[in-house]
Design a binder for this molecule. Structure first.
Ligand code: SF4
Ligand code: SF4
Length: 428
């Protein structure tokens, strides 16, 4: 507890203002109100962490609170974090540190450039070093260390999803160094291991093939991109993953590096170069396919006569400013009627899976009335859409669970954009 600098208030014996005598209890209001009865060492500790300094800029205007997706289903936002720090909370040791999804919606509106996208990973790094880490995150990190993916699946099974493919697929894990491809496709964990991700991966293979793209995958050699591990504060593990994956990118010459996961896109584009010194020509699959839109349109001759809506992934939209590529694809789906949700593009609501949220549903449930993904699916249902389109592999599983939670099974389907594109291409 810090020393009291002032007594609670000071009443001056005599005060004259502009010739008016306001002596007495009135003049208490002229004494600055100082909060002195709380331990602010947690705030001091946080603002001293490299990367977290901007927390100190907060002047409590509260613009961020209305924008925070966690606030919609609980009580959160940078203003509230700052306030808790002012009244004695040590964020490093508090569950509150783990509720932020790093969606950056608050960063968009903050007039003082308080940057939660930087504060939270920096603070979590300190927490991880100090052993203050939720069990769910500990387990996930253990799986990544042992198996190279957060699901704890065997690395040897990473290319198992390719089994139903009739023609062979170029698996560079089995190729000699120097084997080149036009497109090096970084498949990602959820496409490789999750059942619904497998569906999207197989659709992607067919779309590549029908476009005549020369592509290869890294198969068993690929490891998780590391962005979620970085965001939960495991920067050492992130560096290992970046070096591992980048060495593979170097080994197999390519024109484009295509990813389906916006988190992989974010990591490879913005954070791998600082570690490896290499800049890669990385594109999200929606960008790659929209660059081939005329050819795609010619292939998509089957109609998809449904009302569709779309969820912007935080790490493609707000983090990387890409809102158009997915919309160009959606608008080219023959027969589809596209209805935007009220919260879209820059103002899009977060699914709750970013910033390690994918592995924090248990902890977050203690502080929220419903999952963020459930809140989002309610919004999708209200548009009258029959299909909720996504382009982040985390979201199919999150939103399919949410569809069940709001009893919308049979009313709302969740599909990856590439699945719909593939459905519009007749077998050939
Ligand atoms: S918008 Fe920025 S300055 Fe205003 S309360 Fe939130 S963090 Fe503080
Ligand atoms: S980054 Fe997103 S979840 Fe985190 S405090 Fe800001 S608005 Fe809330």
């Amino acid at each position: 507890m810090s020393e009291h600098k002032y007594q609670d208030s000071v009443q001056l014996e005599q005060v004259i203002v502009d010739g008016m005598d306001i002596s007495g209890h009135w003049n208490k209001m002229f004494v600055p109100r100082a909060l002195t009865q709380f331990d602010i060492s947690g705030l001091e500790q946080l603002r001293d962490i490299p990367g977290a300094e901007s927390i100190n800029n907060c002047y409590q205007c509260a613009k961020c609170v209305g924008s925070c997706p966690v606030e919609y289903v609980g009580s959160y936002g940078p203003r509230k974090i700052y306030r808790k720090l002012q009244i004695g909370t040590n964020l490093i040791e508090d569950d509150y540190l783990w509720l932020c999804t790093t969606c950056k919606n608050c960063v968009r509106v903050c007039p003082k450039e308080v940057n939660m996208g930087e504060i939270i990973p920096a603070a979590r790094e300190k927490a991880v070093l100090g052993g203050f880490i939720p069990d769910e995150i500990q387990e996930m990190l253990q799986s990544v260390s042992e198996y190279g993916n957060p699901m704890g699946e065997s690395a040897r099974k990473r290319a198992k999803w390719t089994k139903p493919i009739k023609d062979s697929i170029k698996n560079l894990a089995k190729a000699e160094e120097g084997e080149s491809v036009d497109v090096l496709w970084f498949v990602g964990d959820f496409y490789a291991y999750h059942g619904r991700g497998n569906d999207a991966a197989l659709a992607m293979v067919n779309v590549f093939n029908r476009l005549g793209v020369d592509f290869g995958i890294l198969g068993e050699a690929e490891k998780t991109d590391g962005d979620s591990q970085r965001l939960v504060g495991e920067s050492g593990l992130f560096e290992d993953l970046a070096n591992h994956n980048d060495a593979l990118f170097e080994k197999f010459p390519h024109k484009d590096l295509v990813v389906n996961d916006p988190h992989a896109y974010n990591a490879i584009k913005k954070f791998y170069p600082g570690i490896t010194g290499n800049t890669r020509n990385v594109t999200h699959y929606t960008q790659f396919l929209s660059s081939r839109l005329d050819e795609l349109k010619a292939l998509m001759t089957k109609s998809f006569d449904k009302k569709v809506t779309f969820h912007d992934p935080c790490y493609l939209g707000r983090h990387n400013d890409e809102y158009n590529a997915p919309r160009e694809l959606i608008n080219s789906i023959p027969g589809a009627t596209f209805i935007e949700m009220p919260r879209h593009k820059e103002q899009s609501y977060c699914c709750g899976g970013g910033g390690g949220g994918m592995w924090l549903d248990g902890l977050v449930a203690n502080y929220t009335s419903e999952r963020l993904s459930t809140n989002r699916v309610r919004e999708a249902v209200e548009t009258g859409a029959e299909v909720l389109l996504v382009c982040c592999p985390y979201e199919v599983s999150r939103f399919e669970d949410a569809v069940k939670a709001v009893n919308a099974e049979g009313k709302l389907e969740v599909m990856d954009i590439v699945e719909v594109i593939n459905a519009c291409i007749p077998e050939g």
